[in-house]
Design a protein around this ligand. Structure first.
Ligand SMILES: NC(=O)c1ccc[n+]([C@@H]2O[C@H](COP(=O)([O-])OP(=O)(O)OC[C@H]3O[C@@H](n4cnc5c(N)ncnc54)[C@H](OP(=O)(O)O)[C@@H]3O)[C@@H](O)[C@H]2O)c1
Length: 258
């Protein structure tokens, strides 16, 4: 889908990948609805985009609240008249050995990383189906394809989001609504600073983490090509391919390097 003159709802637009994606889609001529809890940061981004209200909607919300999704979709429809692309990007991390996961933390993580996207999908789908066109983008992670140590809870949410995407794609066959799943690897954002849990994550080796703009570009390309799955770097593809082909090798390797 060509994003020009299309309406895009982007969650997690106050920081990192979502903020970069909001800029990228706006530059490509989209109308953008910016969603996150930090209203001040969304307003600052909107101002930076020129403060024009005809192509930018600041829509602060906590996506883990069930009622928020319906409100967001209605607000977007009212302002722009369509919902063409939904980018479920907002998310949080959790670093802890499985034996030490705080149950409340994991409930919260599933609320944000899985139920938030689900509520928005369910709110946007009737509109997209009526339009006979739409794209739902779900931002998972390469650790939603190959699990890593000390992050079982986070990996579980991202595996779940990938499964939801794959099943949804089949549910929507023939409806004109497409599903794109994005699997980024390490990205330089505030993500690590915001993780829940007991174990500080190891620093990503220099040169491995990409800038959020690169992930944003991959998301844009995924939408333009209506890709099934999007990986950002060759390293990410390799990681997933090795993890899936020789899992015993990654079981041995990852605890030594991760
Ligand atoms: N960074 C990485 O290495 C990496 C790798 C693979 C996948 N990912 C995934 O990429 C996505 C974006 O992460 P990022 O790296 O850009 O992290 P980030 O800079 O911490 O951004 C996270 C965004 O999610 C929003 N958010 C968190 N909880 C929310 C809630 N309850 N309601 C609404 N918005 C909420 C935050 O805004 P507020 O705090 O203002 O609400 C923020 O805008 C996440 O799904 C993450 O799992 C990241």
């Amino acid at each position: 889908m060509n994003p020009e003159n299309k309406t895009v709802i982007i969650t997690g637009a106050s920081s990192g990948i979502g903020e970069a994606a909001a800029r990228r889609f706006y530059e490509s001529g989209s109308r953008v609805a910016l969603v996150a809890r930090s209203a001040d940061r969304l307003h600052a981004l909107a101002m930076e985009m020129g403060g024009s209200t005809d192509r930018v909607l600041v829509a602060p919300a906590d996506i883990s609240e069930k009622g928020a999704a319906q409100r967001l979709v209605e607000q977007t429809l009212q302002r722009f008249g369509s919902v063409d692309i939904l980018i479920n990007n907002a998310g949080r991390g959790l670093f802890a050995a499985v034996g030490a996961i705080d149950e409340a933390d994991l409930h919260h993580l599933f609320e944000v990383n899985l139920f938030g996207p689900l509520y928005l999908i369910q709110a946007a789908l009737p509109v997209m189906k009526k339009q006979g066109a739409g794209i739902i983008v779900n931002v998972s992670s390469i650790v939603g394809q190959v699990a890593t140590p000390m992050s079982g809870g986070y990996c579980a949410t991202k595996f779940a989001l990938g499964a939801l995407s794959d099943s949804l794609r089949m549910d929507l066959r023939g409806s004109g609504v497409k599903v794109v799943t994005v699997y980024p690897g390490a990205t330089n954002t505030a993500f690590v600073a915001n993780v829940l849990g007991t174990t500080p994550p190891r620093e990503t080796p220099r040169g491995f983490a990409v800038q959020p703009e690169r992930v944003a570009q991959a998301i844009l390309r995924g939408v333009q090509r209506e890709s099934r799955d999007v990986h950002v770097t060759l390293m990410d593809r390799l990681f997933v391919a090795v993890g899936r082909t020789v899992p015993r090798f990654t079981d041995w390797l990852l605890p030594r390097v991760w």
